[in-house]
Design a protein around this ligand. Structure first.
Ligand SMILES: [Zn+2]
Length: 199
């Protein structure tokens, strides 16, 4: 038994998985996942998406129960923050978000002057070999390692998410380019759930 068991729902002797999931589904009115880069200059991206979409709340407020415990939130947007905003790192988070809360939209945002445009797949693989004595050539799909062309990276990532078994069929998937100097979002991909069903 770990010292931290009292903080784990599943470690409680009366744990009921289905009931716990039902409670969680009401704890957050989640609608939209926003996948973007961990570059601090890109930190406003979920706010920009909230403004663009309207009817979204981010970061929202944490709701306390009568004993002061943090039990819920008003946020409708959850951020998924990964290098370059590349979808490869976000797939498991999409699956878990759908299972716990349900989602309607997935938004992938790649930003101007991203660090992911400063290197190539060959460059990082060669450097790792030399500096870390590690072979990462087969660890990641080459097309998901860096960003060479923003339209291509956004199309690849929204396609990767759509094709992923853990992505619910009913979600809309968007790809945006974000200018870090102006805060402007430009739509590059709009893959509506209905459009997908018609294909
Ligand atoms: Zn970046």
């Amino acid at each position: 038994m770990s010292n931290f068991d009292r903080f784990a729902f599943s470690a409680d002797p009366s744990f009921d998985e289905a009931k716990t999931r039902e409670v969680f589904s009401h704890a957050v009115p989640l609608k939209t996942l926003v996948i973007y880069c961990y570059d601090p200059r890109a930190a406003d991206i979920p706010n920009a998406v909230a403004q663009l979409f309207g009817n979204e709340i981010f970061p929202g407020e944490v709701i306390l129960d009568t004993s002061g415990k943090r039990v819920a939130s008003t946020a409708t947007i959850f951020p998924v923050i990964v290098a370059g905003g590349r979808a490869i790192d976000a797939l498991r988070s999409i699956t878990v978000a759908q299972h716990l809360f349900g989602i309607e939209n997935i938004v992938v945002v790649h930003h101007s002057y991203c660090g992911a445009t400063t290197f190539t797949a060959d460059g990082i693989i060669d450097a790792y070999e030399r500096e870390q004595h590690a072979d990462i050539s087969d660890v990641y799909d080459r097309g998901s390692i860096c960003i060479e062309d923003y339209e291509a990276s956004l199309k690849r990532d929204t396609g990767l998410i759509r094709a992923h078994a853990g992505t619910p069929k009913h979600v809309n998937i968007f790809g945006y380019f974000y200018n870090i100097d102006t805060g402007e979002l430009t739509e590059v991909v709009k893959d509506g759930a209905e459009a997908t069903l018609r294909v």
